[in-house]
Design a protein around this ligand. Structure first.
Ligand code: 13P
Length: 336
């Protein structure tokens, strides 16, 4: 198949009017934190068991169209010897891979961050594709302070996302472009609105500069929210209204799908906000690429014990179903 056909087929398999993406690509330090919250040790075997359990959930493919995996998971198999990417695809869930290598400080821009991993990316993508990955994910992180992100932070992070996306498309791997404006802080929703607008504008300028085909990527942004420690928390209507306004100002209609990260919202908030977003008119599909908001109840139900597999899968399926309803604007909090 040609590179262009690979990209188009992947987009067709992932753009869906009722399904969303599950982010299960926590890096080793992050999954260790999640496991510690339930008193489980993060060994390679435990991670394999947990992620096999998630992906073998019966019926998950009704609500989930893609899963973002961590490098280690791509090479792991179920107890029966089926590779985890194959297991996902047997449920019509497209397997993808997180390809960034974490982040550090951006020299010259105190308070801003930058993500590593462009060196050797082409070779790694070729290998991941052979292992079954059809799309990739790269995250740039933007903390909000009174002076961050700086103009340098905005341009440097946008450049990384665009170079990554162009590299993915050159090899027939659909890029998920994830500029995440962090929820942490006391700032109000107005500040998040302003920052998110600047971030997305700079990202789409860079994507155009690098000739990335907008029809063949997925955007994974934050919603426009009040800072986590802001005393005045905006409600779901305001979140949806401001998020849509920012997206309409900055994201070309050529982009097929916008799949939000959950970023620290509770599972219920994340579902409710997605539902409100789907009440309005938008030129793109609006769906999930949630990590915590899809997995939290499942992780708790599992508790690190193989005796709780059924409860873990039921909890995941329930959240996936509710988000599928929200994706269609048909969710109500009474369904919780
Ligand atoms: P959260 O939904 O937990 O924010 O995770 C999504 C993700 O993939 C972050 O990179």
């Amino acid at each position: 198949m040609s590179i262009q056909t690979d990209l188009q087929n992947c987009i067709e398999d992932m753009i869906d009017d009722s399904r969303g993406i599950l982010a299960a690509d926590e890096s080793s330090p992050t999954i260790a934190k999640r496991f510690a919250s339930i008193g489980a040790e993060s060994t390679e075997e435990m991670r394999r068991q947990y992620r096999s359990l998630l992906l073998s959930t019966d019926g998950l493919g009704e609500y989930i169209c893609g899963v973002i995996l961590f490098e280690e998971t791509l090479a792991q198999s179920t107890n029966n010897g089926q590779s985890l990417p194959q297991l996902a695809w047997s449920n019509r869930i497209v397997p993808g891979i997180k390809v960034d290598k974490g982040l550090g400080d951006l020299p010259g821009a105190p308070g801003d961050k930058i993500t590593f991993g462009l060196d050797g990316l082409a070779e790694r993508l070729v290998g991941y594709k052979e292992q079954g990955a059809r799309f990739a994910k790269w995250r740039e992180l933007y903390p909000i302070t009174s002076h961050n992100p700086t103009p340098l932070g905005l341009s440097a992070n946008a450049e990384m996302l665009a170079r990554y996306a162009a590299q993915c498309q050159a090899l027939g791997v659909v890029p998920i472009v994830e500029p995440e404006v962090l929820m942490d802080g006391k700032h109000d929703i107005e500040r998040c609105h302003t920052v998110t607008e600047k971030v997305l504008r700079s990202v789409f300028e860079a994507l155009a500069r690098h000739r990335v085909q907008l029809e063949l990527l997925i955007l994974k942004p934050n919603m426009v929210l009040s800072g986590k420690s802001c005393p005045q928390q905006a409600g779901t209507d305001e979140v949806a209204e401001r998020t849509l306004q920012v997206l309409k100002r900055t994201v070309p209609a050529a982009v097929p799908s916008i799949n939000f990260l959950s970023g620290g919202m509770t599972p219920e908030q994340a579902t409710e906000n997605l539902n409100s977003l789907n009440q309005g008119q938008a030129p793109w599909q609006l769906s999930t690429s949630y990590g915590r908001a899809l997995q939290e109840p499942a992780l708790k139900a599992w508790g690190g014990s193989s005796n709780n597999g059924a409860a873990c899968q039921a909890a995941l399926l329930n959240r996936a179903r509710l988000n599928s309803l929200a994706r269609q604007g048909n969710y109500d909090s009474s369904m919780e």
